[in-house]
Design a binder for this molecule. Structure first.
Ligand code: B12
Ligand code: SF4
Length: 583
């Protein structure tokens, strides 16, 4: 089911409220001297195409945004631990400023559920009177908050963004007695109903032994409308835990000079939201059907600061559809095209890419030279099925190929994102329906990389429940249960067809067709044009990543072929009753 929207006149925070709460918190923070650790959950078994480089080489924006918000609001004793770089991290052993932190925050995507739960279990080993307040957040909690309440329960799930956490901290610190453990303050605030007026929280109702009896959901968050009110992302990079194999924390965060080495790509929240409404995508509903964004001046300032402070040169916009609001996109591109950093034209030193749709890119065709001048070198395009057989968002075969041609002409790499589905054959005769037919055409039109994911149920989307109820989604195959980490589009876990293993092999075939030594030679020898050796570089990364994809998914393909498949008849739901706060 999609997330509900707030009433139209109550979806946004009042203008200036985010800036104002940041100011209000600073004196409170100075009085309370809190220490906080934010851990980003990462299940290393998810490492394969098409994300295998970006997953470790791009410090995630979500955990960094929360860290920046805390530091900016005066909570300077904050550290961000990325399981991507610190896989042995054990929260029960962490110490910051010589003590167990007051707050332990976990950020997780749905597919990293196992890693997230393991950290919550581990911090649960600390005896309750000394335990930090445990708060989970990120896309896992936004769409399925109940998941973090079993088998060991977090104290709270935040189903929203920075503001929700700051609002919670303001409420807690305003009622905190002396130096009492923050968790104790939380329990008192929870039981007195003080949290019920903060939209964007889910907390447990517990018995005296701490067992969860039910959940209270305070409702959908109010969104920050003007993203220029967000704290600068620079602080988040300054509090990253250095990579290590230890279970504990280092005495100091990663040095500024080493940030670029670990996080070669800087992810940057520029805009949020999309004007389309694909039934398998939860993004429009999450954004309450709004398009939000930063101003051109703000994006320029962020990039300049990240470049001058940390030497970051490569950026990835976390946009859902950068061209969704053409006026805003143009303003941002113009601002970047004319920007200087310490006397150097920014466009000469920075390179970036982001996600767009075919339809909107075609609408911006005359501005593509400007995009190149603004430093854009790659666009990831949601092509899905070129023929529009899966979803219609204005793309056709001709339009897609035209967009690819235009982008290549301007020296911008087209990076298609395709979605394989059960009615799509591997090869078709006399039409562009087949997966390989489409990959081949995209390749000839200049695609530099390739993403092929199987249509998979995504929590919070319109089609989610229906896919389970119609018996499409697998519970297990060949005795192996379908785990959360397999909801990444790389595994065929939902298919009505009799021979799903063919779909699994189709994905491998599409990648092998695209990434192979012959293509590498071709890319090195000719067809370079304005994109230079980037296609050849992508071939090398792609072939290496493909070995991981095959290694991880081949066994699953065999189970689909030889084993018994068991299916769900309903979507997974909260094992606890969930209710709104008492009025
Ligand atoms: C950038 C991105 C990626 C990058 C991430 C790289 C990186 N290391 O950062 C790449 C391209 C690698 C990627 C890959 C995948 N992604 Co992705 N990705 C995104 C995208 C577009 C932006 C994420 C982002 O950085 N946003 C900006 C930050 C600021 O927002 P945020 O992360 O939501 O964090 C905010 C809140 O959630 C909250 N918050 C976050 N953590 C915490 C913690 C606490 C304690 C609190 C209080 C609050 C809080 O506050 C933050 C600030 O506002 C989102 C869509 C979206 N718009 O969110 C999808 C999204 C996160 N991806 C998704 C998925 C499914 C995937 C893939 C599985 C591929 C796929 N099938 O689409 C792979 C997984 C790869 C892997 N092994 O991890 C889903 C996750 C769904 C879910 N239920 O978890 C999303 C939501 C898109 C969707 N389909 O709906 N992705
Ligand atoms: S175009 Fe992309 S971001 Fe927009 S609704 Fe469709 S899948 Fe989601």
């Amino acid at each position: 089911m999609e997330l509900p929207s707030r009433p139209l006149d109550d979806q946004l925070l009042p203008n200036g409220e985010l800036e104002s709460i940041r100011k209000r918190l600073r004196p409170l923070a100075a009085k309370h001297d809190l220490t906080t650790v934010i851990a980003c959950a990462f299940d290393h078994r998810t490492r394969m195409l098409p994300f295998i480089h970006a997953d470790l080489r791009m410090a995630p924006a979500g955990a960094r945004a929360i860290g920046s918000a805390l530091v900016d609001s005066g909570f300077s004793k904050t550290r961000i631990v990325l399981q991507q770089w610190n896989r042995n991290f054990r929260p029960s052993q962490m110490r910051l400023d010589g003590r167990l932190p007051d707050l332990f925050l976990v950020s997780s995507m749905g597919l990293h559920t196992a890693a997230c739960k393991e950290m919550i279990r581990d911090i649960g080993l600390v005896e309750p009177s000394r335990r930090p307040l445990v708060i989970a957040g990120g896309s896992l909690c936004i769409f399925e908050p109940w998941v973090v309440f079993y088998p060991t329960a977090a104290d709270l799930a935040v189903t929203g963004e920075e503001y929700v956490l700051l609002n919670l901290l303001e409420t807690l610190l305003s009622g905190r007695a002396g130096g009492e453990p923050l968790r104790q303050t939380f329990l008192r605030a929870r039981d007195s109903g003080a949290l019920d007026s903060i939209p964007g929280l889910v907390y447990g109702r517990t018995d005296p032994a701490g067992n969860v009896l039910g959940l209270v959901n305070t409702g959908v968050q109010r969104l920050v409308g003007n993203l220029d009110e967000l704290p600068m992302p620079t602080a988040g990079y300054g509090i990253l835990e250095p990579p290590s194999r230890r279970a504990t924390l280092a005495s100091r965060p990663l040095e500024a000079g080493l940030v670029r080495k670990q996080s070669q790509i800087g992810s940057l929240a520029i805009t949020f939201g999309c004007k389309f409404s694909c039934e398998y995508c939860p993004i429009p509903a999450y954004n309450q059907r709004r398009l939000r964004g930063k101003s051109g001046a703000r994006v320029r300032e962020e990039i300049s600061l990240l470049y001058s402070q940390y030497g970051l040169r490569y950026f990835f916009g976390t946009d859902d559809n950068f061209f969704a609001n053409p006026d805003r996109s143009l303003e941002i591109l113009e601002s970047l095209a004319g920007a200087q950093s310490n006397g150097v034209a920014l466009r000469k030193v920075i390179r970036w890419g982001t996600e767009v749709t075919v339809h909107d890119t075609l609408g911006m065709r005359e501005h593509l030279p400007l995009a190149h001048r603004a430093g854009v070198r790659a666009f990831w395009l949601g092509v899905e099925d070129m023929t529009g057989a899966l979803v219609r968002k204005g793309q056709t075969t001709d339009k897609t190929l035209e967009v690819f041609r235009l982008l290549r002409q301007q020296g911008i790499c087209p990076m298609p994102m395709m979605m394989h589905h059960e009615s799509q054959p591997l090869v078709s005769r006399g039409s562009a329906r087949g997966l390989l037919n489409q990959v081949s055409r995209l390749r000839r039109a200049g695609a530099v990389s390739l993403q092929v994911l199987m249509l998979t149920p995504s929590a919070g989307s319109r089609s989610y429940d229906r896919m389970f109820e119609s018996g499409l989604v697998y519970r297990s195959a060949g005795g192996r249960p379908v785990l959360p980490r397999m909801y990444d589009g790389n595994y065929v876990i939902a298919c009505g067809q009799g021979r799903p293993w063919r779909k699994q092999f189709n994905i491998m075939a599409a990648y092998m067709f695209f990434y192979n030594p012959l293509r590498l030679i071709a890319d090195l020898a000719w067809r370079r044009g304005r994109v230079g050796f980037k296609p050849a570089g992508m071939q090398i990364i792609g072939m290496w990543a493909l070995t991981h994809t095959i290694r991880r998914t081949l066994g699953w393909a065999m189970r689909l072929m030889l084993g018994k498949i068991e299916r769900y008849s309903a979507a997974p739901a909260s094992p606890f009753p969930m209710r709104p706060p008492k009025q």
